[in-house]
Design a protein around this ligand. Structure first.
Ligand SMILES: [Mn+2]
Length: 246
């Protein structure tokens, strides 16, 4: 049977239409398509604060995608909010952090995307810049205003990384939809992709076969970019090859 890849869902309050005022669980279709194209079974995992449900998710899935969404609350890494922090959803932060802890315990492969890349770092003890301007006043444009399938800026890949093995290049083009970035890297991770302004755009866990975060959105590029699609294939393959018995 094909491997089941869980995708952490976001949640937002409907502001218009018949269902205005109702919370909606969602992921962008590109995540679903990317998992299907990679040969996996996508399964959307709605947020909950019930640990038994989270553990139930873990019993079902073979790999985990942490999807994009709200800014991460700085309270998750013991900092107070600064003025440029955007909208947060603390219930989702707590959900994602518990998902990471449970998935790590079970040695599941994890792919964190954008917010997922950030929360992966926070869940394992790292910190974030609440806005790129708090890192430096000389940074690249990371908020893309063109087709999401196209390249916005480049990143340098480090050798001896999953990303370098997939892309077989020291520089690749990525899209960019973030104003937060990793500040202090969590223990156990190495940096595998950096933009020219020093923003950490890729991380990998050194003790696991496939626990990886990317600051860009490969799922949006995977329909037109073979290597971006390969990243999802690598996740599904990691799920297939995972022999860890919890
Ligand atoms: Mn970027």
């Amino acid at each position: 049977m094909k491997k089941i890849i869980g995708i952490s869902a976001g949640q937002y309050l409907m502001k218009d239409g018949v269902f205005s005022g109702f919370d909606r669980t969602y992921v962008n279709q590109d995540y679903v398509r990317s998992i299907i194209d990679a040969g996996g079974i996508p399964l959307i995992l709605p947020l909950t604060d019930d640990i038994d449900i989270i553990r139930g998710y873990m019993d079902i899935i073979d790999g985990l995608v942490l999807s994009g969404g709200h800014d991460v609350s700085p309270l998750m890494y013991n900092e107070q909010p600064k003025p440029k922090l955007g909208p947060i959803l603390v219930s989702r932060d707590l959900f994602d952090i518990q998902m990471v802890e449970e998935a790590m315990e079970r040695h599941l492969p994890i792919l964190g995307i954008c917010r997922g890349h950030q929360i992966l770092n926070v869940a394992l003890g790292g910190t974030l810049y609440q806005d790129l301007s708090y890192k430096s006043d000389d940074i690249l444009k990371h908020n893309q205003e063109q087709d999401p399938r196209t390249v916005s800026h480049e990143v340098k890949l480090t050798s001896n990384s999953i990303l370098f093995d997939l892309f077989k290049a020291h520089r690749i083009g990525v899209n960019s939809y973030h104003h937060l970035a990793i500040k202090d890297l969590a223990d156990g991770f190495k940096i595998t992709a950096v933009s020219d302004d020093g923003v950490i755009e890729g991380i990998e866990h050194v003790d696991r076969d496939f626990v990886l975060g990317v600051q860009w959105h490969p799922e949006m590029m995977s329909s037109v970019d073979k290597e971006m699609a390969m990243l999802f294939k690598a996740l599904v393959e990691a799920a297939e090859e995972n022999s860890y018995e919890s």
